[in-house]
Every structure is written in structure tokens, then in C-alpha cells.
Design a protein around this ligand. Sequence first.
Ligand code: KG4
Ligand code: ZN
Length: 342
Amino acid sequence: MLILGLETSCDETSAAVVEDGRHVHSNVVASQIDLHKQYGGVVPEVAARSHVEVILPVIHEALERAGTTWGDIDGIAVTAGPGLLGSLLIGTLTARTLSVVHQKPLYAINHVVAHTFANFLIDPQPQFPLLALSVSGGHSHLLLFKSPLEYELIGRTRDDAAGEAFDKVAKMMGLPYPGGPSVGKAALEGDEHKYTLPVAKLGDSLDFSFSGLKTAVLRTLQSEVGGDFRTPSTELPSRLSELQKNDMAASFQRTVCETLTGRLLQAYHQYRPRSVVIAGGVAANTRLREEVSRQLPVEMHYAPMAYCTDNGAMIAAMGYYLATANQTTDPLKLKTDPILAI
Ligand code: KG4
Ligand code: ZN
């Protein structure tokens, strides 16, 4: 079964053709990073306009690279939420229209859940029950899957998402957007034990909290430049040395990776799943992968970086399972929901 997956929830326009939820025939991603870099973050209006401009060429290229035509496609899966409303609407309106025009069944996908399905695009296939840590710019969730379509949220961030913390800390130090990769790069040159940063104490809960950590980074950097809490964060990049930035990047990254892995291990002991996976943009972080492999008592397999950040292939992969369960959505009724819950 060939599913066309469409993803436009944030700043990547992506279309992919995936067979049986696991064999990727094409995965085209048009990133808007260069457009948003100058603003230090995603500007929703700019993102939506860019999706409009590239979505049809991106779909065309995905079909072409897969060597397919519309006749070969069995269904269309599209991100219905959560995400930026304007961005989501471009994807859903396109998918609804194509579904009607080409008479293909339509599948509405929850973006956060779909991130986990990136791990079905590689071998070996994860086993159920499956524990997933899904961490990106908009969310940090622990999910427990009984089967591909039976899942529950067992932990979540109470404030900032892990990727959001990477992005904010990068901005404080004048490192380029997106913060995850640039903090990761700076961390390679730094001492990860230079600064001791606080970890939120949430008892037995499987939740996360990253906003206190972000504030602690700010206060530490302010004192490093000899200022107090009134020192504007905009002054920090020019007053910090390369060494201070690298050491903070490494110390911050270590703290986040240890926190995420600690919760994942706690959930593992609580639920005893057969497989554990990590997913979402932050799962592209090499330090996180090292920490998870070191601490978790199961053999870990990691999806390629390109399937961790936003992509159409993970949407198509989840679409396959909705297709086999016959969970279609009427193209005239599909709801776009920027705060779609799990
Ligand atoms: O999944 P994704 O592409 O989009 C959302 O659904 O949010 O994740 C993007 C987030 C950004 O916050 C970015 O800084 C972070 O993932 N990220 C990383 C890395 N690559 C991307 N965080 C840490 N290390 C990375 N290598
Ligand atoms: Zn995402």
C-alpha cells in the first residue's frame, strides 16, 4: 500500500511516498530555516506563505522521485495538528483538495504521535508494548503504545518543550537558529561539567519541566559577564567568550539529556515495554542518543536524523496504520487543530 504523507505543521514543507508504513520511496523536505534564521525563530505568517509557494512542487517531486503517478497512490495522510494554524491549513487544504480531485481516502494525523512512527521506517521494527520519548520544539512527551493506534500519554512537559529550551538557550548565547544543532555543535568544544544546573524535582511523576533550567542558564550567564539579573539577555552574546558559550552549551545539553533519559528509564521500569524509541527533532541529538544507549537496559535503534526532524515519511507511516484500520476522514469535514491533543 502506497501512502502519500504531507507535513506542514511548522517550518518544513514535506511530502513523502511510503509503502506499507516502512519502505520510504521518497521523502522531500523543503526547509525554511534560512528564511527564519534572520528573525531568530519561526515567524508564523512567513512560514504559511512559504508553504503555499512550495507545497505543490514538493508533492510533485515526491511522486516523481518515487517513480509514481496519482494512479499508484492508495491514500493521503496529512498533519491535522498540533502546530501553527496558518501552516497547518496549507497542508490540510491541499490534502483535502487532492483527496477529492483524485478520489483517494484521506487520513488525519496527529503530528506529535506521528514522530514515533519514524522508528518504523528502519529495521528492526519496534515491538509492542512500545515506550516512546517524543521530544521536539513544540512538545516533550512520554507515550506508551499497546499497538500502533492504541497509545496513552504517560508523561509530558509542564512548561517548555526540550527543543524550545535548546532554541532559547542558543538565542541567549547568540548561537544560530535552530538552537538544537548549534548548541550541539558548540558543546563539542565545551566542558559539560563546567556548570552545575538545576533539575526540576517532580517526585514520582513522569513529567518534565525545563523553564527553571532555562532561567538558571540565564542567571549563570549574567553572572559570568559580571552582571546581575537586570543584565539584558541581548547583551550576553557579545560579552561572553567563546569558551564560556561552549562550556554552557555542553553543560546545558548534558543536563537536558540526563533529565530526559532519567525519565525514560523511570518509565521503562514502571511499564516494562518490549521496545523503547526516541523521536522528534531533539532525538537527532547525538549526546542524547549516547546517554539513552548507556542508561537503558534494552538494545536501542535510532532513526536517521532526517526522520527525526519534521518530515512527510513519518506522516505517511502512521497513515498506513489508519488505512489498515479503515480510519478515514471525510475530506469535506477534516478539522485543522493547532492544539490537537493526544
Ligand atoms: O520535530 P521538529 O523538527 O519540529 C517540531 O515538531 O517542533 O523539532 C525541532 C526542534 C527544534 O527545537 C530544534 O532546536 C530541535 O528540535 N533539534 C535539536 C537537534 N536538531 C533539532 N535539538 C537538539 N539537538 C539536535 N541535534
Ligand atoms: Zn515535529
